[in-house]
Design a protein around this ligand. Structure first.
Ligand code: ZN
Length: 475
């Protein structure tokens, strides 16, 4: 197996090599940007979905599933929205050999699929709030270079859509979504930035957009997801109204919350290292790999002990893989490190006789656990591994966002920058030109590594209404 490219100096090459070597996806499907979910990648995806489902349902959201095809006339109802997506949708124009009377759009996102139906579901204030989500595939005709999980044309997508009685309740729903994402990111061991996008960069049709980004090498940033407040921007064209307690008809205020398989790309990008992928336990396709070490004189002890340990862990609800093949232990260690498995149990003659197992975590830390407390020992090790992984990611994060005081600081910057911004569009564009990237927006939540808040706009120097903003180069 060839060595991986260097993460620090050849980040993209490293990322592509890890995704491939860890068997997370197969890019050989004959449509660009549409990749195959392999067995190993699918396991990771299922675990990712489980975290999203757990956290969103804890906030009172329920699952639905809408069709993938949207009639052109429904798609065209919200003017800003259609402008934003016009160039990236796939069209279905024929049924068999017959041209369709109304062409169909393959959903790029589901506002226009759901909202005509929401208009029928919502009648009274008693029907509100309506909080529903779905996890489906969406399609976007990407013209930029595609990258597995990060920029694809068929996207594994999580989307929550809600209807609320008024603007304040919708704002509360946005806050609730930020909390749900915070808990998800805790499970992913990912520190991130939360910013309110500038008006020129908000989601098509939104009143405002709050987005989550992670910093990567070279001042690059990757958007993980976003939450949007729509006010009545969609409920008016789609006629989603309800009867208030006083008998009046009112339009609902709406919000959406979107995440995608990109999270998996972020987990690989942030946690991976020179040995390959590293998965936090919540996402790991296997949390534990069990490797029996068979010598010429080891007898049946190691394999029997390994089988029994695997069985016990499985019954305790762990995702565990027994690797009893005839390769050398070293080759197995190498493979499962590459695949990012959090814990490896080594069981040789000594371990079998001593009634304990050697545990090595993916960060290289070694210990032993007595067999009579295997389940608790493994649970503790996994929790400890997640803590260490979170800490390692936090340390890396702390070095990747730094303050900048003058526009010149932004030129050729190697880190994402914290800047002061007066809020004017003109200054915003000056900042974007200086960093050759984007003004991601104003900080909506404190940084995980607090930096001193800027007091002046980095572009015009004013101290009036200055906000802390983040500038970087979106990947
Ligand atoms: Zn300014």
């Amino acid at each position: 197996m060839a060595e991986l490219p260097d993460k620090g100096t050849a980040f993209i090459d490293w990322y592509l090599a890890v995704v491939e070597a860890a068997d997370l996806t197969d890019k050989r499907y004959p449509v660009k940007g549409m990749n195959v979910w392999t067995t190993y990648g699918f396991r990771a995806r299922r675990n990712l979905d489980a975290v999203m489902v757990r956290e969103i349902e804890a906030t009172g959201s329920e699952a639905v599933e809408f069709p993938a095809l949207i009639p052109a006339n429904e798609f065209a109802k919200e003017k800003e929205h259609i402008k934003g997506f016009d160039n990236e949708v796939y069209w279905v124009t024929k049924g068999g050999a017959t041209p369709l009377d109304v062409p169909l759009v393959l959903r790029p996102t589901s506002e226009t699929a759901m909202y005509p139906v929401f208009a029928m579901w919502v009648r009274s204030h008693r029907d509100l709030p309506l909080n529903v989500y779905q996890i489906v595939n969406t399609f976007r005709y990407e013209t930029k270079t595609t990258r597995p999980f990060v920029r694809v044309r068929e996207i594994h997508f999580f989307e929550e859509h809600t209807c609320q009685v008024d603007e304040d309740h919708a704002t509360e729903r946005v806050r609730s979504n930020l909390g749900a994402f915070r808990r998800m990111a805790e499970a992913f061991c990912l520190p991130y930035l939360t910013t309110r996008r500038p008006d020129w960069d908000k989601f098509a049709g939104a009143h405002y957009t709050i987005a989550f980004d992670i910093p990567l090498a070279g001042a690059r940033t990757l958007q993980l997801g976003s939450v949007h407040h729509y006010r009545e921007n969609f409920s008016r064209p789609y006629g989603i109204t309800y009867e208030a307690p006083d008998g009046s008809q009112r339009h609902v205020h709406q919000t959406t919350f979107g995440l995608s398989e990109r999270l998996l790309g972020a987990i690989v990008a942030v946690h991976g290292d020179a040995k390959g992928a590293v998965f936090p336990s919540a996402i790991a396709p296997y949390e534990v790999v069990v490797v029996p070490i068979l010598g010429t004189d080891s007898g049946p002890g190691p394999i029997q002990t390994a089988e029994a340990a695997t069985d016990r862990l499985r019954r305790a609800g762990r995702r565990v893989r027994l690797d009893a093949g005839d390769e050398r232990p070293g080759a197995k260690y190498y493979r499962w490190e590459l695949h990012g498995v959090p814990l490896r149990l080594e069981i040789g003659r000594r371990e079998a006789e001593g009634r304990s197992v050697t545990i090595v975590d993916r960060l290289g830390r070694k210990g032993t656990v007595p067999l009579d407390r295997l389940e608790t020992g493994v649970a503790e090790r996994l929790a400890d591994f997640d803590r260490a992984l979170r800490e390692r990611a936090r340390t890396a994060f702390a070095g990747s966002v730094t303050p900048a005081r003058v526009l010149d600081d932004l030129k050729d910057s190697v880190t994402v920058r914290l800047v002061g911004w007066c809020g004017s569009e003109e200054c915003g564009h000056q900042i974007e030109t200086a960093i050759d990237g984007a003004l991601l927006g104003t900080l909506e939540e404190a940084l995980p590594n607090p930096l001193e808040a800027p007091t002046r706009c980095i572009a015009c120097g004013t101290s009036d209404g200055v906000r802390s903003a983040i500038a970087g180069r979106p990947m």
